[in-house]
Ligand binder design. Structure first.
Ligand code: BGC
Length: 488
């Protein structure tokens, strides 16, 4: 392909992604009212190494330093967008359960529609932390003043403690009424919170993500052996319940944002609302083993497809037999999804374990042996072209690459990772004609990598945790060149 042909489409969004819990704290008062806060501070979790012992209090301090970060993103990276999230617990540290919203349920008793009307909005206004809303307004306005279109995620994992007590769930699930995404009440509360954000900040936001990676919340909270995400349980039926509730939650949130944000803040139109799916590629560890082949397809189905089938088609395959029986069809739960956010990182080798029991507990990922990141994730750029093609061909919505990046503390892989993935993405756009609208590198700066803390370094900038000083990695220069030229 000649150089002239390596352009990205006009108006392409170039940016980086961050999330509230991972970057906001580090200066000022910590936010201690979320499940994730409780989770990373819990002594048992630290002792059994579910979590690293690092806490967000040592974070990059973005809550105070946002303006200089946006300036850096604009001036040094030539970005024209930023993906960030709002912390639900900051806005509503106290319960909103008694705010009246009309809830309609379907024949299966699932939450179907939540109506947050003017009265409910007034009640929410009495409960919200107005200072937090004001600060988010300043943050988003600051992004815009630096020419960065904000893409705002409503749920990037932490939820208020009044809805989810992860320690109580871990130790005695039946004994607590704060079960997080296992309860349909959380869907109702999410609708209220979504409506509130859309009403209060809709005049400055046009691009929303309802949920970040529902599969990861479900898998790492309810399926993995290590149990590193709240509430650290290990039960396929809870994993599925969580997935189901998150898909319904996307729908009610979508409706509320559309209803309450009808103000155009940019040429994008009032509210473009999508979901962020983590789509990875899966292949059999031993291609000659029929079991590995079967499990690789199965994991691809459960991890990549299940959630999007629910969101786009109303298919809730609750017995995971890869068929949708009449009782699993809930087309009334399909509310809309304007684009698909794709988070792509890696390729995985699926290995059948050969134990008895649920198929979801009878496989493992073989350790990375080839080209691996610090996190032990295989570097496989072709996978990005594959997943954006797959998502577009199957669900026919525009795509944003909402995350793509590498854990690379020595700063010797990031340039190669970035350019090789952009190379594949450009081919997907130009050769395969996938309508990809933007690319967000994960992450603008090193941050609190959830259960694993600060040793895992994805940032384009290193952060000195004491002085908060940001230092560019080698990839900053190349990102800037590509973004400003809008071509490879
Ligand atoms: C998440 C980020 C996370 C990144 C690297 C994604 O799953 O959305 O919050 O830091 O991957 O693990």
């Amino acid at each position: 392909m000649s150089d002239r042909e390596r352009a990205f489409p006009e108006g392409f969004l170039w940016g980086t992604a961050i999330s509230s819990f991972q970057v906001e704290m580090g200066r000022g008062k910590p936010i201690d009212c979320t499940d994730w806060w409780a989770w990373v501070h819990d002594k048992t979790n630290i002792d059994v190494k579910r979590v690293s012992g690092d806490t967000p209090t040592n974070g990059p301090g973005f809550w105070e330093l946002y303006d200089q970060d946006f300036e850096m993103a604009k001036e040094e990276l030539a970005s024209n967008t930023i993906r960030l999230s709002i912390d639900w617990g900051r806005l509503f540290p106290e319960s909103t359960r008694d705010v009246d919203a009309k809830v309609r349920r379907d024949l299966w008793n699932n939450v179907w529609e939540v109506e947050v009307d003017k009265d409910a909005m007034d009640q929410l206004s009495k409960k919200v932390d107005h200072d937090a809303v004001e600060r988010y307004r300043e943050i988003i306005n600051s992004a815009k003043s630096h020419g960065l279109t904000p893409m705002v995620t409503l749920y990037h994992w932490p939820i208020p403690l009044w809805l989810h007590d992860p320690i109580a769930c871990r130790d005695d699930l039946a004994g607590t009424d704060k079960k997080g995404w296992l309860m349909q009440d959380t869907i109702v509360e999410f609708a209220k919170y979504s409506a509130y954000v859309a009403k209060e900040l809709g005049d400055i936001i046009d691009l929303y993500c309802t949920l970040n990676e529902p599969r990861i919340t479900s898998e790492h909270g309810y399926l993995t052996e290590r149990g590193e995400f709240p509430p650290g349980l290990n039960d396929p039926s809870l994993f599925l319940l969580c997935l189901k509730h998150l898909a319904i939650a996307h729908g009610v949130s979508y409706q509320q944002v559309k209803r309450w944000d009808q103000i155009e803040a940019s040429s994008l139109g009032p509210a473009t609302v999508g979901i962020v799916a983590v789509l990875q590629t899966y292949e059999p560890n031993d291609p000659k083993s029929p079991e590995d082949v079967w499990w690789a397809k199965y994991i691809d189905y459960v991890y990549n497809e299940w959630n999007l089938n629910a969101v786009f088609r109303g298919d809730y395959d609750m017995n995971l037999n890869q068929m949708v029986e009449p009782w699993e069809q809930m087309p009334h739960q399909v509310k809309g999804c304007d684009y698909i956010g794709v988070n792509y990182y890696s390729n995985w080798h699926v290995k059948h374990k050969g134990q008895e029991g649920h198929p979801l507990l009878d496989f493992e990922f073989a350790p990375c042996t080839g080209d691996c990141t610090d996190y032990g994730w295989e570097i496989h750029p072709k996978g990005l072209r594959h997943v954006v093609n797959w998502a577009y061909q199957r669900y026919r919505r525009p795509i944003y690459v909402t995350e793509n990046g590498v854990a690379d503390a020595k700063d010797d892989t990031r340039v190669r990772y970035l350019t090789s993935h952009l190379d594949e993405l450009q081919k997907a756009i130009q050769i395969d004609e996938v309508p990809v609208k933007g690319y967000y590198y994960w992450s603008l700066m090193d941050n609190m990598e959830w259960a694993d803390g600060y040793k895992v370094q994805f940032g384009l900038y290193r952060v000195d945790r004491k002085t908060k000083e940001r230092t560019p990695t080698k990839a900053v220069k190349i990102f800037r060149e590509i973004a400003s030229a809008n071509r490879l």
